[in-house]
Design a protein around this ligand. Structure first.
Ligand SMILES: [Zn+2]
Length: 64
């Protein structure tokens, strides 16, 4: 169930058309192509930082 600001009413998930309100077409439910959860993005950033740190350690180890 999602809230449509434009229609000022609740829309059942079954009534939504591709995650959009059937009345006005406003996107109200994030589909598979919607924005990534911020936790998932944070995990990717943390993994990238870790890999850069490991690469830096390897470079300093190789150059000493
Ligand atoms: Zn609507």
């Amino acid at each position: 169930m999602a809230w449509c600001d434009a229609c000022d009413r609740l829309v059942e998930d079954d009534d939504a058309v591709d995650g959009a309100c059937p009345t006005c077409g406003t996107q109200i439910i994030d589909g598979p192509s919607g924005p990534m959860p911020w936790k998932f993005r944070l995990m990717i950033v943390a993994t990238a930082v870790y890999l850069v740190w490991r690469a830096w350690q390897l470079i300093t180890w190789l150059t000493h």
